[in-house]
Design a protein around this ligand. Structure first.
Ligand SMILES: Nc1ncnc2c1ncn2[C@@H]1O[C@H](COP(=O)(O)OP(=O)(O)O)[C@@H](O)[C@H]1O
Ligand SMILES: [Mg+2]
Length: 294
């Protein structure tokens, strides 16, 4: 499986084999944030991971995005063991292959929407670098913000800021988009609209999407839903998702499990609230993204 020394280009299949992540605690002890996680995400697939706050969701996503490393098990990118990457190639692969969307948007506060979206291209080479302004404007037009190109984040609504963040995540046309609670800071309708947009864009680009959420109505839009509980990942049946979602559905709306095309619209009212996760670490992650996307 892992015979190939390196992926030919930006990665397609993501495979976790018995992945564990243990962290050291200040008192000298340790905590197993993830234990024995097996996961295969195929190119173009849309996978959602649900779980309560503190269950290890962000840690899992950070490992997938090469922002964190397993302490046991293996992470294979197109069959290549990520542990064998040099720091430089790892940063390169991260910038080339992955786009990230965070709960708190994490836009650069004093920069215009265009500058924010162009920022990942500052580290690109050649044509991508020189055409970054035009590419950023086109990306903003695709998210419906062609009229807000020069706006700074504080002049934009939450939903608009997340659309800027989506444009930024997709401007380099990554193979994989990793979204950590993308609707967590938005009201239900705005969140659903952002998810509609995100799904349209990734579907059009053939991008793999991994969404982490505590909102089952968001999760139900994915091809496949997995639940993370105390560091253990298990598949969720369609019935579990539909049942949990339908409980809170307004009359006249249909369950949407396994049907990304159906679109939840504003149908769900937040579904089962598994507890909003803290976002500590997002800013340092952003620093590594911007700094490391060579
Ligand atoms: N570097 C770390 N040091 C100590 N504890 C950590 C570290 N990283 C994560 N944790 C703990 O691991 C648990 C899971 O974290 P996280 O992946 O952020 O969960 P989630 O995103 O599901 O809320 C939390 O209890 C968190 O405090
Ligand atoms: Mg989290």
């Amino acid at each position: 499986m892992s015979a190939r020394p390196r992926p030919a280009g930006p990665v397609g299949e993501l495979r976790l084999e018995q992945v564990g992540r243990r962290v050291a605690l200040p008192d000298g002890g340790s905590l197993d944030v993830l234990t024995g996680v097996d996961l295969v995400v195929r190119p173009g697939e849309h996978v959602a991971v649900v779980g309560r706050s503190g269950s290890g969701k962000s840690t899992l996503l950070n490992i997938l995005g090469l922002l964190d490393t397993p302490t046991s098990g293996r992470y294979l990118l197109d069959g290549m063991d990520a542990a064998r990457l040099s720091g430089r190639r790892r940063a390169r692969l991260r910038g080339d292959s992955f786009g990230f969307v965070f709960q708190q948007f994490n836009l650069l506060p004093r920069r215009t929407a265009t500058e924010n979206v162009a920022s990942p291209l500052l580290y690109a080479r050649g044509r991508a670098f020189w055409t970054r302004g035009r590419r950023a404007r086109e990306a903003l037009e695709r998210v419906g913000l062609g009229h807000r190109l020069e706006a700074v984040p504080e002049r934009l609504s939450g939903g608009e800021q997340q659309r800027v963040a989506v444009a930024r995540a997709l401007v380099r046309r990554p193979r994989v988009l990793l979204a950590d609670e993308p609707t967590g800071a938005l009201d239900v309708d705005t969140g659903a609209a952002v998810m509609d947009l995100l799904e349209d864009l990734v579907t059009a680009q053939g991008t793999t999407l991994v969404t982490i959420t505590h909102d089952l109505s968001v999760a139900a839009r994915a091809d496949r839903v997995l639940r993370l509980d105390h560091g253990v990942l298990t598949p969720m049946g369609d019935r579990d998702v539909a049942g949990a979602t339908a409980d809170r559905q307004e009359p006249g709306t249909s369950p949407v499990a396994g049907s990304p095309a159906a679109g939840t619209g504003g149908g769900g009212t937040g579904a089962e609230d598994l507890g909003a996760g803290p976002t500590a670490g997002s800013r340092t992650r952003l620093g590594r993204l911007v700094g490391g996307a060579s």
